[in-house]
Design a protein around this ligand. Sequence first.
Ligand code: ADP
Length: 569
Amino acid sequence: MRSLRTRSAAWVALVLVSAIILAFLAALQYRWISELSAAYLERGQASLETAVGQFLQDFHTELQQVCLEFRPEPAQAGRGDWLYLAYRYGEWQRTARRHKLVAGLFIWGPVSGGSPRLLSLSHSEMRLKSAPWPVALEPLRPRFDRMKNSRLLAWTISERIPALIRPLVRYSAPPGAREGAPPEVVGYLILELSREYIRSELLRELVARHFGGRGGLAYRVDIADPASADGFLYRSDATRPALTPATAAAAVRLIGPPLSEAASQLDIGPQPPRGASLVLPEDDATGWLLLVEPRQGSLAGIAAALRRRDLALSLGVLLLLAVSMGLIILFTYRYQRLARLQLDFVAGVSHELRTPLAVICSAADNLADGVVGSSAAVMDYGQLIRNEGRRLEAMVEQILRFSAAPGSRYEVRPVWVGEIIDAVVEEFRSSIGAAGFLVETKVDPELPQARTDPAVLRQCLQNLISNALKYGTDGKWMSIRAMVATEAQGPEIQVTVEDRGRGIPPGEQEQIFEPFYRGEYARTAQTHGTGLGLSLTKRIVEAVGGRVSVISTPGRGSAFTLHLPIAWP
Ligand code: ADP
C-alpha cells in the first residue's frame, strides 16, 4: 500500500515538474517574442526616419540648386539693372537638368530708378517687360508692401503658388547715409515653379528613390497641399484612403518647422536639415505636409500582427510539446501498470494452477499407494480429481482464449439469445447447486434474434455467471434477463446477469475491464481467478458489434449487461 502511494506521489511529482518546465518555457518565449516585436518596431521607426530625412535633404537640394543659380547680385540691384537675371534664366533653360522646374521669372522693383513695377521676362525678346500681375501671383502682392523694409534676405517659398521669392537689396549707401547702413530692399525676384513638374517628375523620382522597396514602394507617401483642389500635391497610391497626420507613421513639413506635437499624435519625422537649407517657408497654414506609412499598414499594427503570429506559433509548439510529454508520461504509466499486472497475473496463475494440481497429485498418490480401500471412497477420489481437472481445464482454456482473441475470426449471424442462456445455465447447473444459489431466468417471449457470434455470447455468459457465483455468495441469488431496450442509438437486445453480492467499489468499476486487473477483494480474499474474464468479455463482445456495461452498488450487488444489436429481418 505504501509503495503504491509512493509510486503515485512520484508520478504526481513528474507531472508537476513537467508542468513547471512548460510554464517556464512559455514565460521565456513570451518575453522573447515581446522583445522581438519591440525591436522590430524600433528598427522600422529608425529606417522610416532615415528615409524621410534623406527625402527631405534631396528635395531641399533641388530647391537650393535653383536658389544658387538665380543668386541676385547686390551691385546690379544698386543700378536697378535686372537683365543679368534674364540671361541666367536663358542659361538655366538650356543647360539645367531640371529646367522645367522653373516656369517663369518675375521682378517686382523700380526700373532705372523709377517707381516699382512688376516686370516679366519675355522669352522671345530676352528682356524684362512691364506686365500686369498674373492671377497666379496675386496672393504675393500685399506681402510685398508689408515687407518693404524687411531685413530678411533669405529665399522664401510660397507653397500656395508655388514660387521662390528673394528680396533684391542694395548695399551702396544713398548720398548722406552713414557707412554700414543696413541693406535696402529695392525689389523682389519671383521664380514661379511648375506645380505639375514637381508633382509628376520631381516628387515621383524622389519618392521612388527613398521609399522604394522590392517590387514597388515599401511605403505609402502622401503630400498634403491645402492649395490643391483635392488637398494633395502628390499621392503614391490614390486608390487607398488618404493619410492624415493622426494616422501616418511620420508627418513632417516638407519645408519649414515640423508640426507641433499636438497636430500629430504619432511620431514627428525628422526635421529638414535646417543648417543647409536656404529656403524658408512663407506661410505655415498653406505648407506642404509629407505623410508616410509602411505599405502594409501602421508599424505598430504590423509589429502587433507579427507578435500575435509568433505567439500563436510558439503556443502551438508548446502545446505539441505538452501533449507529447503528457502522452509519454501516460504510456509509461500504463506500461508500468501493465507490467505490474502481468507479474501479479503470473503469480496468481501459478497459485491457481498449483492448488488443483496439488489436490490431484495427493489424490493420485493415495490411490496409487492403495490407501483408499472402499469403492465409495475411490469414487469420491475420482470425483475430486475430475472437479479439479475441470477447474484447471477451464482456467487454461480462458488463458488460451485471451491470448487468441485478437486474431480470432467471428461468425456473426442471427442468434436466439434465450436458447444460449438456457444452454449455459444448464452447463452451470451442478456448480449453481453446489453453491446453493437461486437463479431466476427471464427471457422476453417476443425477443427478436440478436446479430452476434453464438460462441462469443456463450463465452461472455459463462464469464459473467461464473463471476456472479464467485462474488455473489453474500446474496446467493442470481438473475439472468434478456429483453429489448431502447438506447440513444436505437433499440437493442440487453442480456443482464445480476447478483446480490458484495458489489464493486466505484473506483474499480472502470478498471475491472482491463486485462489482468483483479479487484481489491479478489486479491485479498484470494478468490481464484486470473483477472482476464471481464477483459476477454469486453474484447470479444465489442469485436462482434456489441458492448458490455456494469451497474454496481457496494454491499448490494452488481448487474453486468451485454448490449447486442438486433438481427433485423
Ligand atoms: P477474475 O474474476 O478472474 O478476478 P475478471 O476479469 O472476471 O477476473 O473480474 C475482474 C474483477 O472484477 C474481479 O477481480 C472482481 O474484483 C471484479 N468483479 C467481477 N465480477 C464481479 C461481480 N459480479 N461482483 C463483484 N465483483 C466482480
